[in-house]
Design a protein around this ligand. Sequence first.
Ligand SMILES: [Cu+2]
Length: 113
Amino acid sequence: MSQISLHACAVMIVASFAHAAAPAATQAPSAPEPTISIHDFSFAPLSLTVPVGATVSWKNLDPEPHTVRSVDDQFRSGALDQNDSFSFKFVKAGTYKYVCSIHPQMVGTITVK
Ligand SMILES: [Cu+2]
């Protein structure tokens, strides 16, 4: 009798853990990741303000390769082909300017505060 109820209890705990863990495995735990689109040779939005600790993603929608490179080398992606993404977690407040190293006229700014 007591064995059966113990077993049922364990199953419930496992089930609730599995339920809680499932969404976290595929996406950010709290706020959705801010995403910057790279489209028509520009970053959209051009400037973005995020809280400290936010992870920002860039996704290239162009058939041309682009990169995301901070002007003071805080972060740097490789060449992103169409539909490739790059993410960076901003752990310090500040203003981060970045460019596409292939097309230096493409500029954007992340403000972290
Ligand atoms: Cu580019």
